[in-house]
Design a protein around this ligand. Sequence first.
Ligand SMILES: [Zn+2]
Length: 252
Amino acid sequence: MAIGQKIKQAATVRTTRALRERLESLIFSRYPDKEWATYFLFVTHRQPEGKVITVVDLIEPQRDDLDSTTAIVRFTEPYSLRAALEKQKRGLCVGVIHSHPQDYGVHPSPLDDNMDSYYRDYFPAFGKEVAYFSLIFSRTEKGDIRFSGRGWGDNKEFQLTEIVTVSDNEIRRATAGCQPSAAAGFRNQYHERFEQIYGADAAARLRNARVTIIGASGTGSPAAHVLARAGVESFVLIDPQRLAKSNLERLH
Ligand SMILES: [Zn+2]
């Protein structure tokens, strides 16, 4: 696999005000703490300024389509299949829109990376439309909306730059709020170094791994330290003891 980042092309999402209102009332319905999601159908076309994704319809979750026992989004297999068959029947593309909790950022999490890498292969297998898009929304306590989005198709990767919402008497444009923070920029450089050292697959495996360490003192805590420096971002550390002055000398 080639080293370095693929250049992403700009994409704009177009939607109607009616669809946008339906979408927001759905994905923020478990706010402020819990996420929610929907599949959506879209068509794409090319414009001089980049790819345009037009939202045609939402495939809203029915009862038990999403796991309601968890705060994050978990799609069930019957729901994914229903969306895939709908895509095939109507000759459209399928994408995912999910919310992050109130006041959260809209940068994709490692779980979102897993989800997108799965669905960008899954949905194109149904029918001939091969594009897949994934959007993330969040709302602040004040009511401001943030969003980010990315997509894949024709061997290209797309980054959402703008959402255009059209109603009878106006057109509203909003810019994606996913400008990577300084910390994210640093993280990307860090990941690039790992990809150079280990290869992209191994680096991605480390980044998406969750490591449980049982015993977090003389052996466990330096192990966590080394794994964190090797790119692992998610840990479960288990130790029955409390941190005390007397054991500080062997803790990392
Ligand atoms: Zn997410």
